[in-house]
Design a protein around this ligand. Structure first.
Ligand code: ATP
Length: 140
């Protein structure tokens, strides 16, 4: 079944999620406040729209309420990430995945309604460390 996703923030992380979901045939609404990013993704995502996700009215206008799963991939601007998450939670979005910048950010996101918090650099570091250990074990 085709599911609907929205990706907010099209940096390396959000951009990669948007590309993969689109490649797998999912409906993706790509949102970024930067026009250049939107131009880059307009032929990749189903819809690509310039909007500031901290503006509740803009998100409502985009019909975000009808989206199954929203991914918030705003990294550097922690305030914008938190505000966006609160708005999405208040709007009743059932699945919200958010990229955390650090442990404090992660704690706050968990408290304000994010269902799934990811910390890509840390999580990938752990995964690679375990993979290195298991490869070494196999090498002996
Ligand atoms: P990555 O490590 O994934 O590359 P990044 O450093 O590119 O992260 P940021 O620059 O913090 O991450 O933000 C990612 C994207 O989010 C940028 O393209 C930026 O324009 C967008 N963005 C930031 N704030 C908002 C906002 N309020 N509304 C919509 N998009 C936003």
């Amino acid at each position: 079944m085709k599911r609907e996703f929205a990706v907010i923030g099209l940096g390396r992380f959000g951009g990669s999620i948007c590309r993969e979901l689109s490649k797998e045939g999912m409906e993706v609404l790509a949102i970024d406040s930067d026009e250049d990013k939107i131009n880059e993704f307009k032929n990749i995502a189903s819809h690509a729209v310039i909007a500031d996700s901290t503006d509740e009215a803009s998100l409502k206008e985009l019909g975000i309420k009808n989206i199954d799963h929203v991914i918030v991939a705003i990294g550097d601007n922690i305030q914008a990430s938190i505000l966006t998450t609160v708005i999405l939670h208040d709007l009743g979005i059932k699945r919200i995945t958010v990229k955390a910048q650090n442990d404090y950010h992660e704690k706050i996101l968990n408290k304000i309604g994010a269902n799934h918090v990811v910390h890509p650099e840390r999580d990938m570091g752990k995964r690679i460390a375990h993979s290195i250990i298991s490869n070494n074990i196999l090498d002996y």
